[in-house]
Write a protein that binds this ligand. Structure first.
Ligand code: C5P
Length: 234
């Protein structure tokens, strides 16, 4: 019944709320994202429980960034839990260290290119080189993939451009900012529908509020799965 192209963002504060939601979703969802917001609420314990006790796939969204030795050690620690996806920032030295840390496990490393919350003024303030953000995102994606990332996180607007890169052949593209027709945008500004994202070559969509804020989260998840099924990759 479930389609693992749908990853549900468990953006709830703690393990109890996370397990409650996962129980309501049941077999409608097989893949969950757990992020930094749940770090102090038992996020890793929840990841482990969903994986081991319930057979779910887990995307741990930690966006690691540090010196290579520390990234490698952190990723090696996470790799012991046999999770499925882990994010790091897409700087090549970070990606190479993460690959070393993940060696021998099945966990895939996804690179973050430029956070979608940042605009050109933010990049200027951080002394990031000139150029429009889309070009920089493409360039960073290419470098991260060359450095060994198994895939990248991309906004719906960037997905097709990244899919067209030669370095992206056979690599994963995972996309947040997905909104089924008729649902609230929240703070997401550049959105796509599940069907559009899949048509643009996305492998997994990450959806949070349209599911966990829904009156019937299970029905919301099943509607998204049905919409993806109706779309073909271009
Ligand atoms: O509730 P919503 O569907 O907007 O949740 C999307 C999830 O993807 C959240 O966990 C959010 O932190 C994450 N995310 C995002 N945009 C990014 C990177 C991650 O929305 N650029």
């Amino acid at each position: 019944m479930s389609d693992d192209r749908l990853i549900v963002a468990l953006d709830v504060p703690n393990v109890l709320a996370g397990m409650d939601l996962a129980t309501r979703l049941g077999d409608a969802v097989s893949f969950y994202k757990i992020g930094l917001g749940m770090l102090t609420g038992g996020g890793l314990a929840l990841a482990n429980e969903l994986k081991v006790e319930h057979g779910k796939k887990i995307f741990l969204d930690m966006k690691f960034f540090d010196i290579g030795a520390t990234v490698e050690a952190a990723v090696r620690g996470v790799a012991q839990f046999d999770l499925d996806l882990l994010t790091v920032h897409g700087d090549p030295h970070v990606v190479r260290a993460a690959r070393e840390g993940a060696a021998g496990s099945h966990m895939k490393i996804l690179a973050v290119t430029i956070l979608t919350s940042l605009d050109r003024d933010d990049l200027d303030a951080s002394l990031i080189k000139a150029g429009n953000i889309t070009d920089l995102v493409q360039e960073r994606a290419g470098r991260a993939l060359e450095a060994g990332a198994d895939g990248v996180i991309a906004s719906p607007q960037e997905a097709a451009l990244i899919r067209a890169l030669p370095e992206a052949k056979g690599k994963l593209i995972v996309t947040p900012g997905v909104r089924p027709v008729g649902t609230a945008l929240g703070d997401q500004k550049r959105v796509a529908t599940p069907a559009q994202a899949i048509a643009d070559g996305v492998d997994h969509i990450v959806v949070g509020r349209p599911i966990w804020q829904a009156a019937d989260p299970r029905a919301a998840a099943l509607a998204i799965t049905a919409e993806m099924a109706s779309s073909q990759k271009s």
